[in-house]
Design a protein around this ligand. Structure first.
Ligand code: NDP
Length: 306
């Protein structure tokens, strides 16, 4: 029987592990298939405090992991396949193995939706990004494209005009999904242009290992053209990794875990932190902050059980 199991090994999960380990709770972290979380897909991270010269995303995650392990966190690879939160202790199944725990911290994150192009994957972190707040700074005076027609795409496009020389929004339809107020702001911004009924056919140049152009395809005519850009921001939404918890934890309309009073979910003893409960900020530092909160909340919950 474990005191606390943490599912997920991004900044939220590993910070929860660090705090829980230092509180002598001997946490078990189940790291999931995408070990290290979204920072494993990035290159330079310049906005994580304490790293004056920046730090590579995967290096930051290696350090976080080692720091949690130093205090006794146990990290297990594998993916939770089923979970039972209806009674205490909670039961987790990983293939044919079962784990039981008095408290659970869910830090399974959210995955940025991608288009599915091979070039998009290869150039991720090398000009292709899913986070304007994180990477906008690298595109000073450079032309870029943003893919998507929702609020995130327009918010990112508007933010990116602070840096980029030109921002072209590619949208697959001729009408935006974004709210009217965001549309008005984007239309009024002289640095933003739109390509309607357009999809991204390919990102160049995989051979060079950097982004040099976006190949656009008009969905109505089939015509393609090449737009010279140095950055491609994919902003077609995120999917919270909450499939396991459907019917057991309260989720909002977009599938994110609903938390109240810190990191508490509707099930006493189950806490949620990081992007799985946050569709607004989505930063490594905010995820780490809520990871700390979840560990403290779990510790207090366990004290209450004694
Ligand atoms: P949305 O699901 O609202 O929008 C996703 C956009 O990406 C849509 O325009 C969609 O096109 C497009 N898209 C989806 N899949 C593909 C694909 N495979 N190829 C090309 N385009 C694709 O996600 P958001 O992240 O924008 O927003 C999520 C939620 O968060 C919304 O409720 C939004 O209002 C909210 N939000 C609010 C903000 C604010 O108020 N400041 C800021 C950011 C988000 P199509 O329109 O054709 O479906």
């Amino acid at each position: 029987m474990r005191n606390v199991i943490i599912i997920g090994s991004g900044p939220a999960g590993l910070t929860a592990a660090l705090y829980a380990a230092r509180a002598n709770l001997a946490p078990l972290v189940i790291e999931g298939l995408e070990s290290g979380g979204q920072l494993m897909l990035t290159t330079m991270v310049e906005n994580f405090p304490g790293h004056r010269d920046g730090v590579m995303g995967p290096d930051l995650m290696t350090e976080m992991r080692a720091q949690a392990e130093r205090f006794g966190a146990e990290i297990m690879s594998g993916d939770v396949t089923a979970i039972e939160l209806g009674s205490q202790p909670f039961a987790l199944r990983l293939g044919d193995q079962e784990e039981q725990t008095k408290s659970l911290i869910v830090a399974t994150g959210a995955s940025a939706r991608l288009l599915g192009l091979a070039s998009e994957r290869t150039l991720m972190g090398h000009g292709v990004s899913t986070c304007a707040t994180c990477d906008g700074y690298f595109f000073r005076d450079k032309p870029i494209v943003v893919i998507g027609g929702g609020d995130t795409a327009l918010e990112e496009a508007i933010f990116l005009t602070k840096f980029a020389s030109q921002v072209t929004v590619l949208h697959r339809r001729d009408q935006l999904r974004a709210s009217k107020v965001m549309q008005d702001k984007a239309f009024a911004n002289p640095k933003i242009a739109f390509e309607w009924d357009t999809e991204l056919a390919e990102v160049k140049d995989v051979d060079l290992g950097v982004v040099t152009a976006a190949v656009l395809r008009n969905k109505k005519t089939g015509a393609t053209k090449e737009l010279p850009v140095e950055g491609v921001f994919i902003a077609i939404g995120h999917t919270p990794n909450t499939g396991l918890f459907k019917g057991q934890l309260d989720l909002d309309d977009n599938g994110y875990i609903v938390v109240g009073e810190g990191t508490r979910t509707n099930v006493p003893g189950v806490f949620a932190c990081g992007d799985v409960q946050d569709h607004v900020y989505r930063q490594a530092i905010t995820a780490a902050g809520t990871g700390c909160m979840a560990a403290i909340d779990a510790e207090r919950y366990l004290e209450g059980l004694e």
